[in-house]
Design a protein. Structure first.
Lengths: 183, 350
């Protein structure tokens, strides 16, 4: 028997009634992207799973209190995830780098993997020096590949403001990287 | 991923974190199961709350509408109660606003109506007398305000003052002797204060020649004399008041006053005033025709009040009385055309 596939708006209407199949479809559709997004910014599988769980739990609570989204569910979920990640940064401002189990690929060269992980962690540390909004713009634009309009919906800001944030974020990143080269 | 035009260093940096390890399928399935379990719990909770809301509506509020729908008499009662609240709420504000109004203003009838309503609701003669005296103070103050503003005194104000003065005497006459003497002192003191006010208005105010002002002045003088007489000779005072009521009813003044004066207060009934228990000096002082007693013909000659001794000559009513003493029988107020007699004559010859 084929699974019924709902449009975004239908999904949200049914989700407001806690329809089981609609909620399952929402989770299947959007949780992988939220997980990737969290992984790219947190570089921790457990934290990324926690971020996904918390994001979808807050979504359910919003549905119950009738404050849930009426449109653009994806932008809404990424906004929750971003807020959770920023809170996570505040809770644990500095974490020493540690090679986690998930990072170990038995088929690859450990030395290369370690060097790549260090480089990734360095980039994340640099990104954390940006403001939360700048971090979100950079993450959604250059890692998730979103258009400015989609980013604007997620940030609840005008497209012009998103472009401005993007411009300032790139300039700051470039400045930081150049300074580090000089060192 | 949109990296066009991006600095190569930044492009490389973003590429570094672009790749992520695959999600653990077991963790993903567990996450989904937890999500759907939480959703199921919330669905049940939401449905319970919905039922609770419905039952509260069905058992609490809706039956009220149901009852009202099938009991039209209750709707009528509610409508009446609401109408009374709205009516008296609004009129209460009007009455309050009217208390400072003057006779030439729109709200003045509301003010006089509220005074009559108050008097009609009071059962105790003592309390009613107190209100009556306060209202007569108001009339005098209204006259003063009108004259100060260059206005003339309307007839309604003067006649209302006369009615209030009469009724205060009648109320006092209806009390027992001890109370009556005590309250007559109040009546006299208030009348003296009002008399002084009008005297000042007549001497310096722009409307000093207003005939109604002069009539009120004469009437207040008479009030003082009657109250003073009552303090000394209660049976005579009662007889005097009965006679005044009898004359007013006979001359039709009562009817004409009722157009402007208070509608309900005061005894205004001869039976409400106790008849004198003796026929001594007090009764002898009263002439059935209302004419003043001749000097030395009865006890009336011996009841000269302090005011009689100092009464202004221009307001004397008894030209036949030595020293220009005013007659306590009230001939001034019973003059049909109510024109004061500046020469001191009220038509009573020797």
């Amino acid at each position: 028997m084929d699974k019924e596939v709902f449009s975004d708006n239908e999904l949200l209407d049914l989700a407001c009634q806690f329809d089981h199949s609609a909620l399952a479809q929402i989770y299947d559709t959007y949780s992988p992207g939220v997980y990737r997004y969290a992984m790219r910014r947190l570089s921790d599988q457990d934290l990324a799973e926690e971020c996904v769980a918390e994001t979808f739990s807050r979504f359910l609570q919003a549905l119950k209190s009738r404050r849930g989204p009426k449109t653009f569910l994806q932008a809404y979920l990424y906004r929750i995830a971003h807020n959770w990640i920023i809170d996570q940064y505040r809770r644990e401002p500095f974490q020493p780098f540690e090679l986690k189990e998930g990072h170990i690929d038995t088929n690859s060269d450990p030395e290369v993997d370690t060097g790549r992980n260090l480089q990734q962690e360095h980039i994340r540390m640099v990104l954390k020096k940006l403001t939360p909004d700048q971090q979100q713009v950079i993450a959604l634009k250059y890692m998730e590949g979103w258009e400015n309009e989609e980013i604007a919906r997620s940030l609840k800001k005008p497209v012009g403001a998103v472009k401005s944030l993007q411009h300032r974020a790139l300039a700051s990143l470039q400045q930081i990287l150049n300074r580090e080269e000089l060192l | 991923v949109i990296n066009d035009g991006l600095d190569p260093k930044l492009k490389d940096a973003f590429a570094e974190i672009q790749s992520t390890p695959l999600r653990n399928p077991h963790a993903a399935a567990k996450g989904k199961a937890n999500f759907l379990k939480e959703a199921g719990g919330l669905r049940q909770s939401a449905s319970r709350e919905e039922d609770h809301r419905n039952s509260r509506w069905n058992n609490g509020i809706f039956p009220l509408f149901h009852i009202w729908k099938h009991q039209p008499e209750r709707n009528t009662i509610i409508a009446i109660v609401l109408a009374v609240i709205v009516f008296f709420g609004g009129s209460g504000l009007s009455v309050y606003a009217a208390q400072g109004s003057l006779p030439n203003q729109v709200l003045y009838p509301v003010k006089t109506w509220s005074e009559d309503a108050i008097l009609s609701m009071i059962g105790s003669p003592q309390v009613r007398l107190s209100f009556q005296l306060n209202f007569s103070d108001r009339r005098v103050a209204e006259m003063a305000s009108l004259l100060a503003n260059g206005k003339t005194i309307p007839d309604g104000v003067e006649s209302r003052l006369q009615s209030e003065l009469d009724l205060s005497l009648e109320l006092t006459a209806g009390m027992d002797d001890a109370q009556a003497i005590q309250h007559l002192g109040q009546v006299r003191q208030r009348a003296e204060a009002q008399f002084q006010t009008l005297t000042m208005l007549m001497s310096e105010g722009p409307g000093s020649t207003d005939p109604l002002l002069l009539m009120a002045h004469v009437r207040l003088q008479e009030q003082i004399q009657l109250a003073s007489m009552g303090e000394l000779d209660m049976p005579g005072f009662r007889l005097q008041i009965r006679q005044r009521i009898h004359n007013q009813v006979g001359s039709g003044e009562q009817t004409s006053r009722s157009d402007n004066g208070p509608q309900t207060p005061g005894p205004r009934n001869l039976t409400d005033i106790p008849a004198p228990s003796r026929t001594g000096t007090g009764s002898k002082s009263i002439n059935p025709k209302g004419t003043p007693p001749s000097p030395g013909t009865g006890a009336g000659s011996g009841l000269m009040s302090p005011l009689e001794k100092n009464a202004p000559t221009g307001t004397n009513t008894g030209g036949n009385q030595p020293g220009g003493a005013a007659c306590p029988c009230g001939s001034g107020s019973q003059n049909p055309d109510r024109t004061p007699q500046p020469g001191g004559s009220s038509g009573h010859g020797p």
